[in-house]
Ligand binder design. Structure first.
Ligand SMILES: *[C@@H]1O[C@H](CO)[C@@H](O)[C@H](O)[C@H]1NC(C)=O
Ligand SMILES: *[C@@H]1O[C@H](CO)[C@@H](O)[C@H](O)[C@H]1NC(C)=O
Ligand SMILES: *[C@@H]1O[C@H](CO)[C@@H](O)[C@H](O)[C@H]1NC(C)=O
Ligand SMILES: *[C@@H]1O[C@H](CO)[C@@H](O)[C@H](O)[C@H]1NC(C)=O
Length: 484
């Protein structure tokens, strides 16, 4: 049985959302639209020292925090079963480079190969599409030690060779590939004036070289699609002053245009070239040709909207870095007293921000195919399964997405982060996004459905959900429960 009996009583107090799509069902989306959920290798697999895997830079950074994670390496069958019961059409996961090719290049680890073959076969046999991220921050530590990871151009060759192994071994069963996850989040890591620009440049080249390889050698036989996945706030001006309106556009160019302009137009945004000067690598003619058009889709990781205030005075600094070049201040709210933090206790619910973001891609970049690769609500990681705030968040954002699609956005898929509670890269066991609760300190690592798992499952199975749909939702759930 899917739901423990203690969870049968449903009290959905969905606040009346100010949305046009506040009562909708799966059938309102195009039939080819794909709904799923996501995780990443280091955050779920565990088995960090087993079967020939070598350490990645994240093992080093998090001091072994993901050594066990939720043990998906050993429990993938149970998890795929749970995905099937939930009604997921697709699962987005990442391959661990150091599990597949422990030295970063050279021999393939047969046990690693076996694991990903098993996982993919298990998904396919349950009718669940496999969406693969090739890279989720976790390159082998050996490559970091050897040449500094992404700041060296050597990684373009090694990354492409690693991707070649993945396409060759798994590509016949993978419907969608994302090369690099959140390359633009390096913006927040860099305290150096040049490294984020250099790393991003090498990521663009590695991405594009990988896309070219896939398109030339595999795509016509394997019929998958390939793209890149960007972290995407929606960015609005704090006030309507000319300075703030200009600053908000500058922030869009720095956060999104950094990668999307080269991919769509073949060059970095003018404002980045102006403000970063010689610290921004130049895309040569040859590189520009390689990069331009190197995608079938853009994946977006969207959680919330922020407000941007002009901070042009930082351009007067002599030693500037990425954020001084961007020259803005970021706010959570239209209130300068609320300090910005990247990972708040809870994300503000601004579904119109997702619509704004998608409208921006439509107008600024010619409406490319988009996948929402991550969206979801953060909370403290505790025993509470009554995650009403997550239900309200998902309901609002999926509704906002529907409005955007109805208004012409070419968005083709949506993935909740995360399928289950995982080891969060920057907050360890402290915060949680999962549809399923997992106590990471309890050796049993039991998966328990939260209210959000039941809500998403109802929606995926065709139930009509929404603020006016509460009664229908309860009926659908009752039917599900009595069937199960
Ligand atoms: C800016 O102008 C828009 C459109 O007139 C308005 O909706 C919005 O509230 C204004 N924002 C601020 C912060 O005044
Ligand atoms: C558990 O986390 C939720 C969501 O963040 C929060 O609302 C609730 O107060 C927390 N409960 C406890 C007992 O800490
Ligand atoms: C709908 O699309 C049109 C054309 O792109 C645009 O002008 C309008 O602002 C969009 N509406 C919303 C709510 O995004
Ligand atoms: C939800 O919308 C549908 C039409 O889209 C309508 O038939 C149904 O009555 C609505 N349900 C509620 C509870 O508002």
């Amino acid at each position: 049985m899917l739901w423990p009996c203690c969870l049968l009583i449903l009290t959905l107090n969905l606040a009346l959302a100010v949305l046009s799509a506040d009562n909708y069902s799966r059938e309102d989306f195009p039939p080819v639209f794909v709904f799923g959920a996501a995780t990443s290798a280091y955050q779920v697999e565990g088995a960090a020292h087993e079967d020939g895997r070598s350490p990645s830079v994240w093992d080093t950074f998090s001091h072994g925090g993901g050594d066990v994670a939720v043990d998906e390496y050993h429990r993938y069958k149970e998890d795929v079963q749970l995905m099937a019961e939930t009604g997921l059409q697709a699962y987005r996961f990442s391959i661990s480079w150091p599990r597949l090719i422990p030295n970063g290049r050279g021999p393939v680890n047969p046990k690693g190969l076996q694991y990903y073959n098993n996982l993919i076969n298990e998904l396919i046999s349950h009718g669940i599409q496999a969406l693969v991220s090739l890279y989720n921050y976790d390159h082998p530590q050996s490559l970091e030690d050897e040449y500094g990871g992404w700041i060296s151009r050597n990684i373009v060759r090694d990354f492409t060779a690693y991707a070649d192994v993945c396409f060759r071994e798994f590509g016949d069963r993978v419907s969608s590939w994302s090369t690099i996850n959140e390359p633009n989040i390096f913006a927040f890591g860099g305290d150096s004036s040049t490294e984020p620009y250099l790393a991003a440049h090498n990521m663009l080249l590695a991405h594009s070289s990988t896309v070219r390889l896939y398109k030339n050698k595999y795509q016509s036989k394997q019929n998958g699609v390939i793209g890149i996945t960007l972290y995407a706030f929606w960015l609005l001006p704090l006030t309507n002053s000319t300075e703030d309106v200009t600053a908000a556009q500058r922030a869009r160019d720095f956060f999104l245009g950094w990668f999307v302009n080269p991919l769509v137009f073949g060059d970095y945004p003018e404002i980045m070239k102006n403000n970063a000067g010689l610290r921004l690598p130049v895309l040569s003619n040859e590189e520009s040709k390689l990069v331009k058009g190197a995608f079938d889709f853009i994946g977006l990781i969207h959680y919330y909207t922020v407000y941007i205030k002009d901070n042009s005075k930082s351009l007067k600094l002599e030693n500037r870095d990425y954020s001084a070049d961007m020259a803005v201040a970021i706010f959570f709210d239209q209130d300068e007293d609320v300090p910005f933090v990247l990972f708040p206790q809870e994300y503000p619910r601004r579904p119109w921000g997702l619509q704004g973001l998608l409208e921006y891609f439509k107008q600024a970049y010619g409406n490319p195919p988009i996948y929402i690769h991550e969206n979801g609500q953060v909370g403290r990681h505790n025993m509470s399964l009554e995650d009403t705030s997550r239900v309200e968040y998902l309901h609002a954002y999926i509704g906002g997405l529907l409005d955007a699609i109805r208004n012409g956005s070419d968005t083709r898929g949506y993935f909740v982060w995360s399928f289950l509670d995982v080891f969060e890269l920057l907050d360890g066991k402290g915060s949680s996004y999962g549809l399923y609760f997992v106590d990471l300190d309890d050796p049993s690592l039991t998966r328990l459905p939260k209210k959000s798992a039941r809500w998403y499952s109802t929606f995926l199975k065709g139930g009509r959900v929404g603020s006016h749909g509460t009664i229908e939702l309860e009926k659908t759930l009752d039917a599900l429960v009595s069937e199960g």
